[in-house]
Design a protein around this ligand. Structure first.
Ligand code: MFK
Length: 556
């Protein structure tokens, strides 16, 4: 008798998503939801069929061929079948364009990111170049560089696959990943044209038609102020490289379908985006957009994990009944769902703010709030996706440890969310940068007060109280730490950032739960809020600096 288990399956990932559909009903005007639902249903179907398709064939990865049979250096990259399919699909659905079009006003970003959330897991990380393209469009628009706006934007925002271009983001170098100020790539003006010389250590989606790159104009000052931001089109129309050498494709833990390369630039023509300095300031709008995509991608990972684990729990019978009926397994799934649901509301709240800011509808406090929340949401969702993906492997038992079940890939891929686009600690320090630069926590505390004033139901009162108390504790911690040395503040920054993210997420989840009770007679968001509050919001350190120094340098 062969041993046989039913593998997990996915149904339409939009129609089956209670959290997304309920949220969209609350925040979007019915007319807008009516218009975009076709797109969402299509992408939900794509997400389900792509999972089944991926299980039915051998995994494939991009391939680099450096030399032709006749000795010519060609550096040709072959993309996976899914990547070839993703390009036209992304263009037609306007996965970048929708975030910039005026059709739905300030709801543009909610619309766009709802699509991205459905598309991500089926895209084999084609969302990476889409994120960078969205970021490049945002940075170029902010630069007000008329020539580049006319040259690149029509391609970035095209819905025509033949016209649609993607962008890379070339920052990371041997000397500096987090510390971009260590950039060694040099820009020289030769015969009235800028050319770049140096090595970029991680360049994702190397097949992109364009890239934004940081380089130091020769003779410019050291540090990040001396860097400039450049726009490049690294390939000629016939596919030959413009003085770019692809040294190798990276051998990564996950995101293996994404062609990430190590490259060298040997006189690559480039164009200044803005002034020949303050490059980090100029690329920052790109970073904030790609970090938002990062949070959406992490959220999509969580949702995929939970959908698979839940489906499997209905199929897998142990100890005489399905896993789904076993109290401890139910409790495990409930914990995952509550964390995901809270993260969902915080992440989409950030997309609402981004839409308002971009549409000129955000006042100064809301712009400051967006600045504070972007690193927080990137940090928390990146960490949470790994936790949920790891728990998902366990939900499948031994099958969750087998590559060909497709489950371990979720965990390997999830690990990227807390690394690229700036590690968790980079985000925590960026939160401190924003905290110091935007007048402290006030924008966040005021927003939380307004959100919680909409929570009236008695059953949600403990959640609202927990969120208020946590905000007070964090405020006190920050006041105390600000008065002491800078290093104490930095050492505690990650826990503060995580605590703030969880606190605001609980407030937002409770507000949605109140609405769902009244408008949809649905008690599930309230159950999620109670469960999330039970998990706790804070792990602030009382006095850890000395202990941390001792433990970090521990040796026998
Ligand atoms: C769905 C898929 C989505 C994901 C796609 C990802 C694909 C891409 C893969 C990659 O490229 S991964 C590489 C990502 N690398 C990073 O994210 C770099 C991480 N390091 C940082 O983020 C550092 O914080 C940073 C390099 C920005 C620090 O640089 P500096 O020069 O030491 O910072 P400084 O001097 O504090 O800031 C310089 C200016 O930038 C200041 O403005 P002013 O000149 O006006 O004073 C800052 O306020 C501003 N700034 C820095 N970060 C900002 C920002 N402004 C707005 N938002 C920010 N986040």
């Amino acid at each position: 008798m062969p041993f046989l288990q039913a593998p997990p399956m996915l149904s339409n990932q939009y129609l089956d998503d209670r959290v997304l559909r309920s949220y969209l009903r609350r925040v979007l005007p019915p007319a807008v939801l009516g218009v975009i639902e076709n797109d969402l249903t299509d992408l939900g179907e794509f997400a389900a069929t792509a999972w089944a398709l991926a299980r039915s064939r051998a995994p494939s990865e991009p391939r680099l061929t450096q030399w032709s049979a006749w000795g010519e250096r060609i550096d040709r990259i072959e993309l996976t079948p899914a990547w070839q399919m993703a390009q036209p699909l992304a263009a037609r659905h306007g996965l970048v364009a929708a975030g910039h079009e005026n059709t739905h006003g300030a709801s543009a970003r909610v619309h766009q990111f709802a699509m991205v959330y459905l598309f991500h897991c089926a895209s084999e990380f084609y969302t990476c170049p889409l994120a960078m393209t969205d970021g490049a469009a945002t940075a170029i628009r902010a630069s007000a560089n008329k020539r580049l706006i006319e040259r690149a934007m029509p391609h970035y925002l095209s819905r025509d696959p033949a016209q649609f271009w993607i962008s890379g983001q070339w920052m990371t170098e041997n000397a500096g990943g987090s510390d971009v100020s260590a950039t060694e790539t040099v820009a020289r003006e030769e015969n009235g044209r800028w050319r770049l010389y140096g090595r970029k250590w991680f360049t994702s989606a190397i097949n992109a038609q364009t890239a934004l790159a940081l380089a130091r104009p020769s003779g410019a000052a050291a540090g990040s102020d001396g860097l400039a931001l450049f726009y490049l089109e690294p390939q000629k129309p016939d596919g030959r490289w413009r003085n770019v050498g692809i040294d190798r494709l990276k051998d990564k833990l996950g995101t293996r379908e994404l062609p990430t390369a190590e490259i060298h630039l040997d006189g690559t023509p480039a164009e200044l985006v803005g002034e020949p300095r303050h490059g980090v300031r100029q690329i920052a709008p790109m970073l904030n957009v790609t970090r938002t995509w990062n949070a959406i991608g992490a959220l999509a990972t969580m949702r995929r994990c939970i959908a698979l684990a839940r489906d499997y729990a209905n199929r897998r019978v142990v100890f005489g009944r399905p896993l789904a009926e076993q109290p401890l397994h139910q409790d495990t799934l409930a914990g995952m769902q509550a964390e995901f649901e809270a993260a969902f509301h915080l992440t989409f709240y950030v997309t609402e703010l981004l839409g308002r800011a971009q549409n000129g509808q955000a006042d100064e406090a809301q712009q400051n709030l967006l600045r504070l929340l972007t690193p927080l949401v990137k940090l928390w969702t990146g960490k949470l996706a790994v936790t949920i993906a790891s728990e998902t492997c366990e939900c499948f038992g031994g099958a969750g440890y087998l590559e060909d079940s497709g489950i371990p890939q979720l965990l390997r891929d999830a690990q990227v969310w807390s690394i690229w686009e700036g590690t968790s600690n980079v985000q925590a320090l960026d939160f401190l940068r924003a905290f110091r630069g935007t007048g402290g926590l006030q924008p966040l505390l005021s927003a939380q007060r307004a959100i919680l004033s909409q929570v009236q139901a008695g059953e949600l009162e403990p959640c609202a109280r927990a969120a208020r108390e946590a905000a007070t504790k964090i405020t006190e911690w920050l006041q105390k730490a600000s008065a002491s040395e800078r290093e104490r503040m930095e050492a505690g920054a990650r826990e503060v950032a995580l605590g703030l993210a969880r606190t605001l997420a609980l407030s937002l989840l409770a507000r949605h739960a109140e609405w769902a009770l009244r408008a949809e007679n649905d008690p599930r968001p309230a159950a999620a809020a109670r469960r999330f509050a039970e998990h706790g919001l804070l792990r602030l350190k009382a006095n850890g600096l000395g202990d941390a120094q001792m433990l970090a340098s521990d040796s026998y």
